[in-house]
Design a protein around this ligand. Structure first.
Ligand code: FES
Length: 148
């Protein structure tokens, strides 16, 4: 079955922005989807005013997972942590001019990875971020490297 991807999805999957890792990240979240097996890790560098200075990602997954990670990291950069919570999977998919319905779960993984990194930041700093829930599909224990 042919899949209709927008030009933006194709661009971000072939030329993803913000690929990589941040050493000593303020927050890092790794989430996985048990059905497709894709894994996404997001690193955030957050300054003393709780503004996201930098965001990077590593994704082991499909093209839509890479495109949504790329767009999600672009969207949260420069935002404060509260505004970053507004970067939902719907917002990411819209910024990519849409995703095929069967690929919406990929954008959900991107949202969860950002939130998981924010959760990690909150835990490290002993703060609560209003509206932020603990990550449901956290697989950082499996990956086992960023939790000190
Ligand atoms: Fe699972 Fe894309 S197929 S994240």
């Amino acid at each position: 079955m042919a899949m209709n991807y927008s030009d933006k999805v194709i661009d971000h999957s072939l030329n993803p922005r913000n690929v990589g890792e941040i050493e000593d990240a303020s927050g890092c979240g790794t989430v996985g989807n048990a059905v497709c097996g894709d894994i996404m890790r997001v690193y955030l560098d957050i300054d003393e005013n709780q503004v996201i200075r930098d965001a990077k990602f590593k994704t082991f997954g499909c093209g839509a997972a890479i495109a949504t990670s790329s767009m999600a990291t672009m969207l949260v950069k420069g935002k404060n942590i509260q505004d970053a919570l507004a970067v939902t999977n719907k917002a990411v998919a819209e910024a990519l001019d849409g995703l095929p319905p069967v690929k919406m779960h990929c954008s959900l993984l991107a949202e969860e990875a950002i939130y998981a990194a924010l959760w990690d930041y909150a835990e490290k700093n002993g703060i609560a971020i209003e509206g932020l829930e603990p990550p449901v599909h956290d697989v950082s224990e499996l990956e086992g490297e960023h939790h000190a």
